[in-house]
Design a protein around this ligand. Structure first.
Ligand SMILES: CC(=O)N[C@H]1[C@@H](OP(=O)(O)OP(=O)(O)OC[C@H]2O[C@@H](n3ccc(=O)[nH]c3=O)[C@H](O)[C@@H]2O)O[C@H](CO)[C@@H](O)[C@@H]1O
Ligand SMILES: C=C(OP(=O)(O)O)C(=O)O
Length: 436
């Protein structure tokens, strides 16, 4: 079992480069299923467990996928198969994003029901409502969702009850090959939606309005492979911004796009963190003392739920009482119990977390409860007294590439070890293993 060991106390400095965005590349790879002719070439693809999972799903659907040097080549020109099994959907919910493209291209998709997960129940009713409005019939049985349509999907007017990122993407991908025009209202406005629309348009689709509250899609007869570069990962960038701030460091986060990070930068500035726009990135300077603040997670351009747990680590170090209200997922506070093990004072009241700072964080053995919680615990470990040991790294590997190496490159005292091989390793690691 892998474990990350971090010893608190180092100020981070230097430059760190972010990867292409996980949440942009997954729908883009799924959208490649729509190209009945030609190959797609996707650049700046991060080497993440989730990318390997979606590639496997595409291969199961009879698509050729080659992943080399941050570039993916997809050939979806052969007849497609239509079933995504539970084994993959369980590992990664974004596997449901193959449903829209399959329905659009072959009129049939059978995808295992995703089930619950650590951050909430996460239904997909809004995706299905969109498919049904376009003429598909949807049945649920034996742990699968099955959607079918005779002939082509038909353009429709669809209103989302909540601006769901996944539903916006799945419905967009279904609508690009539908007959007629589809209008989707109250859609998600995330930069990843805009990235997907740009890719679909490069494939020959007619998508307008991505990044606003209404998307209009004129269906076309066919799509072809295209070249596309993935946008930088704003959540990875934000995580390193907090690493700089929490350690009173001075770090350039290369690749960070300030316009994608407006809410996070504003809240960190309120806490006393300084930012400078530099060539290709953002410089972050952590203050000696952090001020307490309140925040609420919201759909983009609001404060991202995917930065909530990392921000909580920063708020733990602020002087005074801070509050977080999580409005996107009903159960995204699993990390609070782990933070408590590190000597922090946090109360949960309904959807809010009340954080009394500054915490005198102490190193402890903690378990990552989801992807962003894994990063947040490591961030807290950067300023905790002594050693923090983080387990359940499968969550971290879903979304952060070389996280340990990147933090070590900024001067953090951090190491990833494999307990099974530890006895054969160097003295330093053996010393650490006594602590582990
Ligand atoms: C791969 C990917 O891009 N994942 C991101 C995506 O997830 P994902 O696309 O799953 O998130 P959604 O925006 O769909 O979910 C937001 C909220 O809407 C609810 N909902 C969603 C769909 C639906 O049909 N019915 C429904 O009720 C969900 O339960 C949740 O409470 O956006 C989330 C919100 O920014 C991020 O945390 C995830 O990192
Ligand atoms: C919740 C996340 O991802 P997913 O939707 O893939 O679970 C995330 O990236 O923080």
């Amino acid at each position: 079992m892998d474990k990350i060991i971090v010893r608190g106390g180092r100020r981070l400095s230097g430059t760190v480069k972010v990867e292409g965005a996980k949440n942009a590349v997954l729908p883009v790879i799924a959208a490649s299923l729509l190209a009945s002719e030609g190959k797609s070439y996707i650049y700046d693809v991060p080497s993440l467990a989730d990318v390997y999972t979606i590639n496997e799903v595409l291969r199961l659907l009879n698509t050729e996928v080659i992943f080399n040097d941050n570039m993916i080549q997809v050939d979806a020109s052969k007849p497609l198969l239509t079933e995504a099994p539970f084994e993959y959907v369980r590992k990664m919910r974004a596997s449901v994003l193959v449903m829209g493209p399959l329905l659009a291209r072959v009129g049939h998709a059978r995808v295992a029901l995703p089930g619950g997960c650590a951050i909430g129940s996460r239904p997909i009713d809004q995706h299905l409502k969109g498919f049904e409005a376009m003429g598909a019939s949807v049945v649920v049985g034996n742990g699968f969702l099955e959607a079918k349509v005779e002939g082509r999907l038909r353009g429709a007017k669809i209103y989302l009850d909540f601006p769901s990122v996944g539903a916006t993407e799945n419905i967009m991908m279904a609508a690009v090959l539908a007959e007629g025009t589809t209008t989707i209202e109250n859609v998600a406005k995330e930069p990843e939606i805009v990235d997907l629309a740009n890719y679909l348009n490069a494939m020959g689709a007619k998508v307008r309005g991505a990044g606003t509250g209404t998307i209009r899609i004129d269906g076309v007869e066919k799509l072809v492979g295209a070249h596309h570069t993935i946008i930088p990962d704003r959540i990875e960038a934000g995580t390193f911004m907090i690493a700089a701030a929490i350690t009173q460091g001075d770090v350039i986060v290369k690749g960070a796009v300030p316009e994608h990070l407006t809410a996070l930068i504003a809240k960190m500035e309120e806490m006393g963190v300084r930012f400078e726009e530099v060539k290709d990135g953002i410089r972050v300077i952590g203050p000696e003392r952090l001020k307490a603040i309140d925040l609420k997670t919201m759909p983009y351009p609001g404060f991202p739920t995917d930065m909530q747990s990392q921000m909580m680590a920063l708020q733990l170090r602020a002087e005074g009482t801070s509050m977080i209200t999580e409005t996107v997922f009903e159960n995204r506070y699993m990390h609070v119990e782990e933070f408590r093990r590190m000597n922090s004072d946090i109360k949960i009241e309904g959807r809010s977390a009340i954080i009394n700072g500054p915490a005198n964080l102490q190193g402890a053995e903690v378990s990552a409860t989801d992807l962003r919680a894994a990063a947040a615990l490591i961030l807290a470990g950067l300023v905790a007294e002594g050693y923090t040991r983080v387990v359940e790294l499968k969550h971290l590997d879903r979304g952060y590439y070389n996280f340990t190496e990147k933090l070590a490159g900024l001067g953090a005292e951090i190491e990833r070890i494999n307990e099974d091989t530890i006895t054969k390793s160097s003295n330093i690691i053996n010393v650490r293993s006594n602590l582990a």
